[in-house]
Design a protein around this ligand. Structure first.
Ligand code: RIB
Length: 337
């Protein structure tokens, strides 16, 4: 699909001049506009894209689509998006999909009808919805969760490295070998990558991977509670440690352990992805891999606004993977902070 940059290059003018010419703005000489329109025609410049690139059609509104508005990870990410967008005069519409691909599709349909100028999406789907609905019309930046082959910019956390470091800490510092993992859907990149990091640390230590100790389901407290309860019911086969795929799963594990008088970390070590900042301020307990959620949201928004404004710097696809911070506290067995 040709873009205004391709037209600009062939016409020997800036993308902004092409945009003005396509917008019928007066600041473009007649012969320049004529040349630009001829090149646009030769390149079969997409009418939909043409329609969308008309600067004066901007609504100065973007949308952030996330899967769990109650999770502090996403609220911090949303803060980064909204702060960055509002500083540049854009409004932000927040959509919560509850990890439901059908709800995600309904929101994407609605957002297209509302003609938002661009979207930042932490998708709970596999990209079929996104690629079908959005490929030609509005710029999309993937945040937190990547989807292969869509060809869009993404800003994500390094889930594989964070999971590897947490698991390695349990093995090397606390001598754990029987470690279970409870995580979200393995159709979602963050969960898939956390499983990969968990397995890499086990393999490096020569610890056999037990599939029955890797539970894949939902990033929800109830799922953590349910699976941990099942683990705890196997009296002769208790894990020494549990790696929770996110903060809400960790809460479920703690609830199940408390109900059975299992002490953390004395009887069971626990580590998790994503911090619970408010809780950690009052009770610095949970050892976590903390993702730079605010930076993730802010950077994704900067990338999106650059694409919407159509500057030269948007030519290449941008892929940013941000390292999580490993915060050692008490739940793993360390004295911690
Ligand atoms: O809490 C939900 C999880 O899914 C977070 O860890 C985030 O990375 C998202 O992918």
């Amino acid at each position: 699909m040709s873009t205004i940059y391709d037209i600009a290059k062939l016409a020997g003018v800036s993308p902004a001049t092409v945009s003005r010419a396509l917008n019928q703005k007066t600041q473009v000489k007649a012969e320049t506009r004529k040349r630009i329109l001829e090149i646009a025609k030769e390149l079969n410049y997409s009418p939909n894209y043409l329609a969308r690139s008309l600067k004066n059609r901007q609504t100065h509104t973007i949308s952030l689509v996330i899967s769990d508005v109650t999770n502090p990870f996403f609220t911090t990410l949303a803060r980064g998006v909204e702060d960055t967008a509002s500083r540049q005069g854009f409004n932000t519409i927040l959509c919560n999909t509850d990890e439901d691909p059908t709800k995600e599709r309904e929101y994407l349909d609605l957002l297209l009808r509302r003609r938002v100028d661009g979207l930042i999406v932490s998708s709970c789907g596999q990209g079929e919805t996104l690629s079908e609905l959005l490929a030609k019309e509005v710029p999309v930046i993937l945040v937190d969760r990547r989807i292969e082959d869509l060809g869009w910019d993404f800003v994500v956390g390094d889930s594989e490295a964070g999971a590897y470091q947490l698991t390695k800490h349990l093995i090397e510092i606390h001598g754990c070998r029987n470690i279970a993992m409870i995580t979200g859907p393995d159709t979602i990149s963050t969960s898939k990558e956390r499983i990969a990091g968990f397995k890499r640390a086990l393999q490096e230590a020569g610890i056999p991977i037990k599939p029955e100790w890797i539970a894949v389901g939902y990033f929800k407290e109830e799922f953590g509670y349910k699976i941990a309860s099942q683990f705890f019911s196997q009296k002769n086969n208790l894990p020494q440690a549990i790696f929770a795929g996110n903060n809400f799963i960790a809460i479920g594990v703690v609830r199940a352990a408390r109900e059975r008088g299992i002490k953390i970390p004395e009887d069971l070590a626990l580590v998790a992805f994503d911090d619970l900042e408010a809780a950690s301020l009052f009770c610095p307990f949970l050892t976590v891999a903390k993702q730079p959620a605010y930076t993730m949201g802010s950077l994704a928004t900067q990338f999106l606004l650059e694409r919407i404004s159509g500057g030269e710097k948007v030519r290449e696809k941008r892929e940013v993977i941000l390292k999580p911070e490993i915060i050692i506290r008490h739940s793993c067995g360390c004295e911690g902070k």
